[in-house]
Design a protein around this ligand. Structure first.
Ligand SMILES: Cc1cc2nc3c(=O)[nH]c(=O)nc-3n(C[C@H](O)[C@H](O)[C@H](O)COP(=O)(O)O)c2cc1C
Length: 200
């Protein structure tokens, strides 16, 4: 079984989502030491934002060498995703949604005829069967009056639903900027939830 682990926080060792995603991976690996792990740090090693030239490269057009390399990096990210049975994503909330680095990854994953297709009755997700676990960290809380401002979890639910992932799990550390106690509590709760995940 292949496990793809992705982090996107720009906060390095201070990142909450990185701690939680690492705990998720540790839990899954403890339960199944045979898992093959691929790790990608999108903050340290970002995938360039999608451009028209990258599309042209995908269609086989002659493009400058740098674009070719960037296109290949995007293709490699897609191949890693396609090969994964389990995907663990550390997803911080920045400005009400996902970090731009994670969006650049999503842009390389939602590819027609690879992860979705249009059929006579609409879109068909081609990535069904993968287990996706998202470790979310948010500074504020998004229930009640704040709910309409939540565009991270809701967005990722749409993205993975679109490509047919029905085995989608979220672990959230919420309110981590409200105060140190609140942060500690939220992190503790998320780490406990990670430790209690069902085995792969
Ligand atoms: C650039 C930036 C933008 C942020 N924007 C929001 C926001 O819109 N809403 C929110 O609740 N928290 C926001 N936060 C707080 C983060 O969601 C919180 O610190 C979280 O722990 C980030 O995950 P990380 O620690 O893994 O990087 C922001 C933090 C940063 C650094």
């Amino acid at each position: 079984m292949n496990l793809l682990h992705i982090d996107a926080s720009v906060l390095g060792d201070n990142s909450v989502s990185r701690q939680v995603s690492a705990a998720v991976v540790a839990r899954l690996r403890a339960a199944d030491p045979g898992l093959t792990l691929t790790y990608r740090d999108l903050a340290a090693d970002p995938i360039p934002h999608l451009s028209g030239l990258h599309f042209a490269a995908r269609l086989g057009a002659e493009v400058p060498d740098q674009i070719k390399q960037e296109h290949l990096a995007g293709e490699a990210a897609l191949e890693d995703f396609l090969a994964a049975d389990i995907v663990v994503i550390g997803a911080p909330m920045y400005n009400f949604t996902l970090p731009t680095q994670l969006k650049a990854w999503v842009d390389r994953i939602l590819i027609a005829r690879k992860t979705f297709a249009y059929g006579p009755s609409g879109v068909i997700g081609l990535a069904a069967g993968k287990r996706v676990i998202v470790a979310i960290s948010r500074g504020n809380v998004y229930d009640g009056a704040n709910a309409p401002a939540e565009h991270l979890e809701s967005y990722l639910r749409t993205v993975f639903g679109f490509i047919g992932v029905t085995d989608l799990e979220f672990i959230a550390a919420d309110g981590v900027q409200i105060g140190p106690e609140r942060r500690e509590q939220a992190l503790k709760g998320a780490l406990e939830a990670a430790g209690a995940l069902r085995a792969a």
